[in-house]
Design a protein around this ligand. Structure first.
Ligand code: GDP
Ligand code: K
Ligand code: MG
Length: 289
């Protein structure tokens, strides 16, 4: 049997979270066209009993940190760099190659690296080919697989490539488990995804979500979560006129959470202002960073 850690790295928006979901066939990681949506290392397990257990890690896109929250994000990337058995270096096929190349080379990985050329649905064959030739000639590239994470194209091919390089071993986690993170975490993430969806510019970057209550009551799950922002003005934007925005946010998030839990949900959201929480150790800890 093969078992090991397969960690996904790349620039913001390469499609890492979309790939994690495509690999698992389940929406575990939140996705948005905005950079820095993913703040944690998110593990998802793909187990074929007796054959393999792949422990995938989605990671935040690699950036130069400017505040403590971003430092924490890059620490989670570092932990994934340290325990990878196989690394997936993910590049948007339309992205600047030199930038990606510099990033991949700087990771200095000692484990087999598979370059995952993503978003091939966006470009014609010629440009995809050029990009493939470029990455294949780099010393870190053991193998290159072209995919579209969005269209779930060539995902099996990628899994087979990973299996070629994965060590023999026993499963690390129970066969039926999909992740090691608690349900509460994913509920908070689904609220956060809707904030990325509904609010432009800086609001999502100033926001955290903390799930305080998660209680099953008869056929219903009662969830209470706080949305944390840095300023009163941001609270006003999140509330919207007569509470219109928070209501819409709650409805969209609840629908996703119900789909995820396969249960009816009562979701209550409060907004709290915590100045400079992104640079405050205690707050970061409290909000799970
Ligand atoms: P991450 O920041 O690397 O985790 O990237 P995300 O998974 O959040 O995706 C960033 C954006 O790229 C989202 O708008 C995705 O829908 C989009 N995206 C991801 N994979 C593909 C793909 O294969 N093709 C296209 N056209 N878009 C994709
Ligand atoms: K993103
Ligand atoms: Mg992501």
């Amino acid at each position: 049997m093969k078992a090991g850690f397969v960690n996904i790295f790349g620039k913001p928006n390469a499609g890492k979270s979309t790939l994690l979901n495509a690999l698992l066939g389940e929406k575990l990681a939140i996705i948005s066209p905005k950079v820095q949506t993913t703040r944690h290392r998110i593990k998802g397990f793909l187990t074929e009993p007796g054959k393999y257990q792949l422990i995938f890690s989605d990671t935040p896109g690699i950036i130069q940190p400017k505040y403590k929250l971003q430092e924490r994000m890059m620490q989670s990337v570092k932990s994934a760099l340290e325990d990878a058995d196989v690394a997936l270096l993910m590049a948007d096929v339309a992205d600047n190659r030199e930038e990606n190349n510099n990033l991949f080379a700087s990771l200095n990985l000692k484990v087999p690296c598979i370059v995952v050329l993503n978003k091939i649905d966006k470009l014609g064959d010629k440009r995809i080919n050029d990009a493939a030739i470029f990455y294949k000639s780099q010393p870190y590239c053991k193998k290159l697989v072209q995919i579209s994470a969005l269209q779930k194209a060539h995902i099996d091919e990628l899994i087979n490539a990973i299996l070629e390089y994965l060590p023999e071993g026993e499963p690390f986690y129970p066969e039926d488990d999909m992740t090691d993170l608690p349900t509460k975490f994913f509920v908070g993430e689904m609220v956060r995804e809707k904030i990325f969806e509904l609010f432009g510019d800086e609001i999502p970057y100033h926001t955290a979500v903390m799930v305080n209550e998660f209680k099953e009551k008869d056929t219903l799950v009662k969830i209470q979560a706080d949305i944390i922002v840095q300023r009163e003005s941001q609270k006003g934007i999140l509330l919207g006129e007569g509470g219109k925005m928070i209501k819409q946010l709650g409805t969209l998030a609840r629908q996703d959470i119900e789909k995820f839990l396969q249960q009816k949900v009562f979701l209550q959201l409060f907004i709290k202002v915590r100045p400079k929480w992104r640079d405050n150790e205690l707050h970061l800890k409290e909000y799970g960073y």
